[in-house]
Write a protein that binds this ligand. Sequence first.
Ligand SMILES: C[S@@+](CC[C@H](N)C(=O)[O-])C[C@H]1O[C@@H](n2cnc3c(N)ncnc32)[C@H](O)[C@@H]1O
Length: 239
Amino acid sequence: MKGLTGKKEFVRRSFASIAGSYDPLNTLLSFGLNKWWRRQAVKALAPPEGGLVLDVCAGTMGLGKELLRSAGQLRVVALDFALEMLARGMKRTKDPSLIPVLGDAERLPFREDTFDRVIVGFGIRNLADPQQGVKELFRVLKGEGRLVILEFGKPTLVIFKDLYRWYLSRFIPWAGGLISRQKEVYRYLHDSIMAFLEQEELMEMMKRAGFLQIHSRQLTWGITNLYIGEKPPVGFSPS
Ligand SMILES: C[S@@+](CC[C@H](N)C(=O)[O-])C[C@H]1O[C@@H](n2cnc3c(N)ncnc32)[C@H](O)[C@@H]1O
């Protein structure tokens, strides 16, 4: 893809290099919790029957498949900038309701007010400019539409937080590196989680983009967080 520099190109190349092992390693290293986290995100999204949903940073389209499995009649557009990830996801589905699109989350190739719902799973932390990404999510969402973001957090529970830090900083790079042969990518996972915004900061970013009724919920003692926000109806003016 043309024009990607610095973090963007590093992230795109990293995911391209682990596309083949991404799903099995995710399931293994999260003890299967990744599937439960996705189900919670889809539940929170509550897409309307027959609706059009955008899954941004879709990767191998795990969220899109979960949406189609559990939420009835929908069309899901799955956008990612790593062709290898989308191609991997397409291998195991022929469902025409799941539509892959190669594109940049910070410059979405869609018109304003296109989607009934927008979802991002473990993607926002990977953006070079998360505020620009959130602005784009707001732009393409229809009035009264909902955004759900699922992202890793930093657990604070005593003892558990130390165990988790060890697991994330030592075990995952070792095991992930061994299986995928891309240790650097699994080191980046730790570094990017640690460097990412606090819960309150991401909610503030959503507010700045224009979202209302913003709230968040911790899953599995804060290993992941769900963020939910609504786009105001057309013609709404904040008082
Ligand atoms: C950790 S994966 C998440 C995949 C999937 N959503 C899931 O739940 O498993 C992050 C994905 O974000 C994509 N990504 C990162 N920055 C992006 C950008 N600026 N535009 C589009 N995709 C991006 C990567 O290529 C990668 O596939």
